[in-house]
Design a protein around this ligand. Structure first.
Ligand SMILES: [Zn+2]
Ligand SMILES: [Zn+2]
Ligand SMILES: [Zn+2]
Length: 778
């Protein structure tokens, strides 16, 4: 290589600063070998500011070096920019790796956790290798990163591996530039690394590192529930047996929310689920998310895993520990994150023992500490691309590259549900892991702890802050106490629109179809079915669903039948409505019904809503599919399930609806659905007709607005778009009318991506000198 690129004899010296994810990904050995191949002298070091390189050699060799560096970097590396500066010749004879430096400016990036690589797996299965059956095997291409890093630069002393001194063999690998483990910070083997053990509910040790695996298999087969310490926290594991899964549900007090499963390999996945190329790639990627897949039906899995659903969340083993658990008699196990209700995922051994004491029979634990809690990510595939439902392990803290360069540090606080926060620094947005609901003291502590961690990591002090307009959001309350000079309250659905625009580097005006659950509007109503026209600065509300009372507020959200009742009361005269309602709900809710009817008649000042989630809830309840939500979004998800197989069918006749100047009115679909029910029409057909009605209404209103505003770009955001039928059909129709559709690329449709929009809006407003909110009136 060097010979072929040798030309002029004159030696030049270049200094290169590499920005991006280049630490902990085998970048230094890659550069070392490349520099030697190119006959270059010089050095490379990791510093808190990134990777610095000085190389000296002929012009041709330097150019070749730079091209290789940018075009063929290591698998997990993500180079964003290379700053190149010619410097005076230093007379370097050799290339060396200089020691890491800590500097005040911390802009280096931390890699995300990466699923175990094939080379490590081969060693784990090789009885002659010292990593044989070792659950902490890793290398520069794989292993834990974000979850074990305590500070930067990313070196072993700054991780939870610091307490494990390398044995001579590992030390040799670590120091050998030709080895896959060269400077792999979490490197370990049975002689020197973390050790497994299993303890019982009393905390008494029942196995050591030698026999943990066979014991775990035996207990799983016997129907026991195991708490398993993984990469970002604990899971609960059990076999896919109807009774065992029911037992897990009883103990976990989780009646309906679907569990995920982990399969041994793609072959095992394919046995139970339909699988296309994109889904295979997404499952096998180094971020290894849970992928929502369509079940085949036969062979069937117990319905208790995902009651009422035909889709299943599936993941592949992403750590050697999980891989080993599935090397024995099991090709599949139920695996659900172990977080007590409303609390973050558990990460420490003592926490697990305390909180899972009544749930797990045994605890499969080890002494490698988890520094940052991190839930599994979730995705589904649409049009050959994965779309995220939850962006967490495997993705965080990889930055999302922005289409603008911020002059100040900006923080987006996120919402109270599916919370993530976001820090914008220059042209990068760093989103936190999924922090979930911010509705307990523990969750607030977790939020602040994670925020401080990221702020400390990158040394970023936010000057500008965006938060949700909702006056009683806990996250917004936290925001008000944070030190930042400029604070901006952002309407929830404007935040959604901005998040999609920002993720697509789109900064002009666009239309946004925001179909969502709950978002506070400036008129104090709960919004959620909105066609907005706007940009990062401001928005107009072009259309929204006609308001319906949210009887009892939160109570309606948990009880879809109350939402159905509310729509029926709006449509019918009181007497007729009450009779129909009695007929529908008196049997199931004898006591509650009277109370709700009284509440409805007593006052006219109910909170009103235009939420899409509530509309789906109401129809789901009317069809008798789901009267009461046992988990968020259940009624809408189960309604969506009825149409999932009808994507290829032609659109049905929509139910009657009305579009006025600014309102979309679905009230008239309720008597029409009742009519269809009376005729004993198939529920799947009614569900399809309902979906087609919503799609017809939303596309019609959008096309009217597009014409009126002279715009063709349409952003989709809001949690309702996780419904594949709604998404596919709407996009198809709008594209057929020549519209350009923007979908989120790196963030979810739901509130997990909200923080990006909040931060982008706050920054834009600050730039345009819009006065921030004072804490009193915000
Ligand atoms: Zn590896
Ligand atoms: Zn070792
Ligand atoms: Zn939302």
């Amino acid at each position: 290589m060097a010979q072929s690129t040798c030309g002029s004899k004159e030696k030049l010296c270049w200094q290169l600063k590499i920005n991006g994810t280049v630490q902990g990904v085998g970048f230094r050995p890659f550069i070392y070998n490349l520099a030697n191949d190119c006959n270059l002298g010089g050095w490379i070091n990791n510093s808190s500011a990134g990777v610095m390189i000085e190389v000296e050699g002929t012009y041709e060799n330097l150019v070749f070096f730079q091209q290789q560096l940018q075009n063929n970097p290591p698998q997990l590396a993500n180079i964003e920019s290379v700053e190149l500066k010619p410097i005076p010749s230093r007379g370097y004879k050799f290339f060396s790796i200089a020691p890491s430096k800590t500097e005040n400016l911390k802009t280096a990036l931390i890699p995300a956790d990466a699923a175990v690589c094939n080379e490590c797996l081969e060693e784990i299965l090789n009885p002659l290798d010292r990593h044989y059956l070792y659950p902490f095997t890793n290398c520069t291409q794989c292993g834990p990163r974000f979850t074990i890093i305590k500070d930067i630069p990313y070196d072993r002393v700054n991780t939870t591996m610091s307490s494990f001194a390398l044995c001579p063999d590992c030390s040799e690998d670590y120091g050998d530039i030709t080895n896959r483990r060269f400077h792999a910070q979490p490197v370990a083997c049975p002689a020197c690394g973390p050790k497994m053990e299993i303890i019982d509910r009393k905390g008494i040790n029942v196995t050591g590192p030698e026999n943990w695996l066979s014991f775990a298999w035996k207990q799983l087969l016997a129907g026991k529930i195991l708490a398993v310490k993984g990469i970002g926290g604990f899971h609960l594991a059990c076999i896919a047996d109807q009774h065992v899964v029911e037992l897990l549900r009883t103990r976990k007090k989780r009646s309906g929310k679907p569990f995920a499963v982990m399969c041994r390999d793609l072959e095992a996945v394919n046995k139970y689920c339909h699988l296309n190329e994109t889904e295979k790639q997404t499952l096998s990627s180094s971020s290894a998310p849970i992928v929502l897949l369509k079940l085949k039906g036969t062979p069937c899995l117990p319905q208790s895993i995902n009651p009422g659903l035909s889709t299943l969340g599936v993941m592949l083993p992403y750590s050697p520990l999980h891989f080993l658990l599935l090397q024995g008699p099991l090709e599949l196990m139920v695996l659900t994150s172990a977080n007590p209700t409303d609390l973050p995922i558990l990460k420490d051994n003592h926490e697990a023992l305390e909180y899972l004491h009544g749930i797990a029979d045994y605890f499969v634990i080890h002494n490698r500490e988890i520094n940052q809690r991190c839930d599994d990510s979730v995705a589904f595939c649409y049009n050959d691309k994965p779309l995220l439902v939850r962006r967490s392990r495997g993705f965080v803290p990889n930055p999302i590259i922005l289409g603008f360069n911020a002059r100040e540090i900006v923080l987006g606080i996120g919402g109270d549900m599916k919370n993530t926060f976001c820090l914008i620094n220059k042209n990068q947005a760093i989103l936190s892991q999924h922090l979930g609901e911010i509705n307990t003291v523990e969750a607030e502590d977790h939020y602040l702890e994670s925020l401080n961690h990221i702020i400390k990591f990158y040394d970023l002090k936010p000057k500008i802050l965006g938060y949700d307009l909702h006056p009683i959001y806990n996250a917004s309350r936290l925001a008000k106490n944070l030190p930042a000079e400029y604070k901006y309250a952002v309407q929830h659905h404007h935040g959604h629109l901005a998040s999609c625009l920002t993720d697509n580097h789109y900064h002009d005006k666009a239309l946004g179809i925001i179909l969502d659950g709950t978002g506070y509007g400036p008129d104090e109503a709960i919004w959620g079915f909105e066609i907005l026209h706007g940009d990062l600065l401001d928005y107009q509300r072009e259309y929204h669903q006609r308001y319906t009372p949210l009887l009892g507020g939160e109570y309606s959200i948990n009880n879809p039948w109350v939402m159905a009742l509310s729509y029926l009361l709006e449509y019918y005269s009181n007497r007729e409505g009450t009779e129909i309602i009695q007929e529908l709900f008196a049997k199931d809710f004898p006591e509650e019904l009277d109370l709700v009817l009284k509440t409805a008649s007593k006052s006219r000042n109910h909170v009103k809503t235009s939420s899409c989630g509530r509309l789906f809830d109401a129809v789901s309840a009317l069809l008798g599919i789901c009267h009461v939500n046992t988990y968020e979004g259940q009624a809408a998800i189960e309604l969506g399930e009825l149409v999932i197989d009808q994507l290829d069918n032609k659109a049905s006749d929509p139910y009657p609806f009305m579009i006025s100047q600014s309102e979309i009115d679905f009230l008239t679909i309720f008597p029409a659905i009742l009519e269809d029910l009376k005729k004993n029409k198939d529920l799947a057909l009614i569900a399809k007709r309902f979906h087609d009605t919503v799609i017809k209404a939303v596309t019609s209103a959008t096309l009217i607005t597009a014409e009126r505003r002279g715009l063709k770009t349409i952003a989709l955001s809001g949690g309702s778009w996780n419904n594949p039928y709604l998404l596919t059909k709407t996009v198809n129709i709008l594209q057929a009318h020549g519209m350009d559709i923007l979908l989120p690329k790196n963030i979810p449709f739901n509130d997990g991506g909200l923080c990006l929009g909040q931060a982008a809006i706050a920054y834009r407003r600050w730039k345009e000198n819009v006065p921030g909110c004072s804490d009193e009136n915000s």
